[in-house]
Design a protein around this ligand. Structure first.
Ligand code: AMP
Length: 476
């Protein structure tokens, strides 16, 4: 466990990505299935989408585009991606590097044929590896940490692709759930701590790999099992073989996936995401009860947690905030009007449910606190008599270095202010966060987890920071 004082990890300007990955081996409709799978994983990244398909002759075709899956692809592009093997990726990054250049899968030619990679997670030693490779003459085409994996495989002196992949993966530190293909062979791997999810499914004779089970559901594939932490698989025409696993470490899957990131209809870490969120909500009701007229969520991310709070408190659950589903994460707000539209564009209260009422708003997490502050102001305008804000996870005090896009520590409201100060800042009658112990006890049987964003205890070494590298690579 890396447990330096949190302050020793400097904030950096590292672009942090969130991603979803998908792969098919052994289906004539590989690209089409991948397109559908990416649709189901859209919540994991809305900035760019890409698919690489390999045909029967081992020729690779790629298409990548900016925007959501349906913007990046059309029928004709998908028809062009022929073959029974395909990899797909959706990506989101907030800072810098929002360009097609960094879209994945990365596709290159190497001595055993085309090689493509789709990666979810952030490598914590990518800069160190990148500098070493650059010194040796490597030329990088992207800002993405994923590219070092490609270089390590291509430059490995070991004999077979199996061994070269093993050689490369053994050098990585940090978070990686990845699918890569060398010719028509797919390799699948999850880092030894298993930070990011990855599941294996089957559709007839085809093997499917996806970040979340909701992507198996959309194509009617059967869930087979999770890819285990440190596990490395090879898939040839739908036939899955286990390769030598990576050096073991204590697994620490990301608990924030259960709190916010994964879809509630997915099962990750062996646990239904919806069930986990409801359990958080019920526990929150136990820890922070208050007399009120109704409970509601900040849709959609806190729906399950708010239902759990309503169950736990016995108070009625209302749909008092309506979300506009057509607002992307990269909404550009008009500034000329002098009004802050950021929150208004996304949410509108149902005034009849709020006017004169004592309300409990349940959100899944507070990051900067800006959305919540705007929401509280909206609820006041709608006549709320009392606003009790409840957060179904503890205060976030430390950024994620393993693949969740979070702002710098200075911007994390929970890192810099007490609960009382945050309550005053939001303008609420009361504020209550779920305790760390309460959250962990609600999902105890599925842990242990990475809880670094709430504790500052980073399970995988932050190699680049410890070596003082000013990072310039992106996670995935
Ligand atoms: P704010 O406190 O204004 O930064 O917004 C917090 C809300 O953003 C939470 O209620 C979550 O639903 C959502 N959220 C949490 N983590 C993230 C993330 N990594 N990226 C985007 N939205 C997030």
């Amino acid at each position: 466990m890396t447990r330096l004082p949190i302050a020793q990890y400097p904030d950096d300007d590292k672009p942090r990505d969130e991603c979803g990955i998908f792969a098919v081996s052994g289906s004539r409709a590989a690209a089409e299935l991948t397109f559908l799978g990416l649709y189901a994983l859209q919540h994991r990244g809305q900035e760019s989408a890409g698919i690489v398909a390999i045909d029967d002759e081992g020729e690779a075709r790629a298409h990548k585009g900016m925007g959501q899956v349906n913007e990046a692809f059309d029928d004709a592009t998908i028809r062009r991606l022929t073959g029974t093997v395909a990899l797909g990726h959706v990506r989101y990054s907030t800072q810098g590097s929002s360009s097609l250049r960094n879209a994945q899968p990365v596709l290159v030619n190497y001595r055993h044929g085309p090689m493509a990679l789709a990666h979810n997670g952030t490598l914590t030693n990518a800069v160190e590896i990148g500098e070493r490779l650059s010194d040796e003459g490597a030329i990088f085409q992207t800002d993405s940490d994923s590219e070092v994996v490609i270089h390590l495989i291509a430059r490995s002196r070991r004999d077979s692709p199996d061994q070269q992949v093993d050689d490369a993966l053994s050098q990585l530190v940090g978070a990686f759930s990845l699918v890569l293909c060398v010719g028509r062979t797919i390799y699948v791997a999850r880092d030894p701590r298993g930070f990011r999810p990855l599941v294996l499914g089957r559709l007839g004779d085809a093997a499917i790999v996806a970040s979340e089970t909701c992507a198996l559901d959309i194509i009617g594939a059967e869930y087979v099992r999770d890819v285990g932490p440190g596990e490395v698989l090879r898939i040839d025409d739908g036939v899955v073989t286990r390769l030598r696993p990576l050096e073991p470490a204590t697994p620490s899957p990301c608990l924030f996936e259960l709190v916010y990131f994964a879809r509630p209809d997915s099962r990750i870490w062996g646990c239904s995401v919806d069930r986990a969120r409801r359990a958080f909500g019920r526990q929150l009701a136990l820890e922070h009860p208050v007399e009120a007229d109704c409970v509601f969520s900040v849709p959609d991310s806190s729906n399950s947690a708010a239902l759990g709070y309503a169950e736990g408190s016995g108070l009625p659950f209302e749909l008092a905030l309506i979300r506009n589903h057509y607002v992307g994460r990269t909404f550009i707000h008009p500034t000329q009007t002098g009004r802050d539209f950021r929150v208004r564009v996304k949410y509108n209260p149902v005034a009849e449910l709020i006017d004169g009422k004592r309300v409990i708003v349940v959100d899944d997490s507070l990051v900067r606190g800006t959305t919540s502050r705007g929401l509280v102001a909206l609820l006041r305008e709608s006549g709320a008599r009392e606003i009790h804000f409840r957060v179904a996870s503890p205060p976030i005090i430390s950024p994620c270095y393993y693949g969740i896009d979070m702002p710098t520590r200075q911007e994390l409201i929970g890192a810099n202010h007490s609960v009382e100060e945050i309550g005053r800042h939001l303008g609420v009658e009361s504020l209550g966060y779920l305790s760390l112990e309460g959250m962990l006890s609600a999902v105890e049987e599925f842990g242990p987890f990475c809880d670094a964003c709430w504790t500052g205890n980073y399970p995988a070494p932050l190699v680049d920071f410890e070596h003082g590298f000013a990072s310039a690579t992106a996670g995935s």
